[in-house]
Ligand binder design. Structure first.
Ligand code: ATP
Length: 393
């Protein structure tokens, strides 16, 4: 029996495609009542992870659970999870309404449900237009409308902002926030933090299949700070001098030092007091986007909230020896770091949005559509692209 929590749990998840380790030891949970961003560059394993959560790809190791169950064991999955993995592939000759009615028929829902979800996504005026003439933004909305037909407790969306104009992104932001505010769960992937930073509450950031940050976006934002880059003939003495003043400096690959969380005057004064010659100094401000970039390229050297040292020693982008330890429940940094959400599960029960269908209906058959109100036990191990799996089947 599933627990009805609306919680997604990913535990020790791994997936290899031959020699490619697409996903490596992922651990995180997604809680109801918030929007969680699943972020990482192209090829970092986001889609593969989402497919494993949705039972479309078999993990090499580990597991993913929705309401405490693997997807394949969920009763009436379309009423629990609505997913969009691809917004291409609608039949071009079908109208938006006809497209949706194929699904209402298969789900045994009233026909007017199609119009209700069209209204929810702002596509009512395009109900009788053929999808072949739809813009990318309209396709995204129609895919979302399809995922909403089962009135799901959980939404899982792969790159839903791809190709949207600023107005479309603003609309999507409002929609997802509003969905989550009713106590439901949203997991949304993107390769651009910028696209999602005003939408998500929590982030799971992956790079090369590994988690490099999991936690509250506000904590990541708090890591925006200046650091001082120093060139000196005697870095070891300066590092020790700074350490004695409680300032942690890091070596950069070119032999210079990065000193986060302080200013150039402080560093200069301490260097002078220790008799260390400074050859150059520069203050650098890292913004959220830069931190994201550096995290995902393994170049992060700032003094963001730091986790405990990882087995096997410090990791690139991860905590430094002797660095500050995180408070309990702090965000986790570094590849392979244990990943726990900073938020506690919401106790708020899922609510029904107005005009969406009751639970207890089966998912519709696959019609080659890109969206997926997904289906149990489909292994896509040998499938390369996003489209065309038998979602909804
Ligand atoms: N069916 C497959 N067969 C072989 N390799 C695959 C398959 N699916 C994914 N991969 C590989 O696994 C890695 C992760 O791919 P994945 O699509 O999960 O990343 P992603 O983060 O979603 O990327 P994008 O943002 O470009 O969609 C890539 O190296 C990809 O080439």
């Amino acid at each position: 029996m599933h627990d009805g929590s609306g919680r997604i749990l990913v535990q020790g998840l791994n997936k290899s495609f031959g020699p490619i380790n697409a996903v490596q030891n992922l651990n995180f949970s997604v809680e109801p009542g918030s929007v969680t961003g699943f972020l990482g560059p192209n090829g970092s394993g986001k889609t593969t992870t989402l497919r494993m959560i949705l039972g479309l790809v078999s993990p090499t190791a580990g597991g993913a659970f929705i309401n405490g169950q693997p997807f394949s064991r969920l009763p009436n999955p379309a009423t629990i999870v609505g997913a969009v993995l691809d917004s291409q592939g609608f039949h071009p000759g079908q109208t938006a309404r006809t497209h949706l009615r194929c699904y209402t028929a298969a789900l045994n829902l009233p026909d007017q449900q199609a119009d209700q979800v069209l209204e929810l996504v702002g596509l009512s005026s395009a109900a009788t237009r053929k999808t072949g003439g739809f813009s990318l933004g309209m396709r995204q909305r129609l895919a979302l409308a399809t995922a909403l037909l089962g009135n799901p407790q959980i939404l899982i969306l792969d790159e839903p902002a791809n190709g949207l104009d600023p107005e479309g992104i603003a609309w999507l932001r409002g929609f997802l926030k509003s969905f989550a505010s009713t106590g439901r769960t949203v997991l949304v992937s993107s390769h651009l933090l910028r696209e999602m930073e005003h939408t998500v509450d929590n982030v799971v950031i992956v790079s090369r299949g590994q988690c490099v940050y999991n936690g509250d976006l506000e904590q990541l934002r708090a890591a925006q700070q200046s650091r001082v880059l120093v060139r000196t003939a005697d870095p070891a003495t300066l590092v020790e001098t700074l350490r004695q003043s409680g300032i942690h400096a890091e070596y950069l690959p070119d032999g210079s030092l990065a000193v986060p969380g302080t200013d150039s005057k402080t560093v200069a004064d301490l260097a002078l007091g220790a008799g260390v010659a400074v050859h150059g100094m520069q203050e650098e401000n890292l913004d959220l986007e830069q931190i994201f970039f550096q995290l995902t390229t393994g170049q992060y050297t700032g003094s963001a909230p730091q986790g405990p040292p990882q087995p096997g020693g410090p990791q690139p982008g991860g905590p430094q020896p002797g660095g500050p330890q995180p408070p309990q429940g702090a965000a986790q940094w570094g590849p392979g770091a244990p990943q726990q959400p900073s938020q506690q599960p919401s106790q708020q029960p899922p609510q029904q949005p107005p005009g969406t269908p009751p639970p207890g209906t089966p998912p519709p058959p696959d019609q080659g559509q890109g969206y997926q109100q997904v289906h149990p036990q489909q292994d896509q191990n040998n499938q390369g692209g996003n489209g065309g799996y038998g979602g909804n089947a």
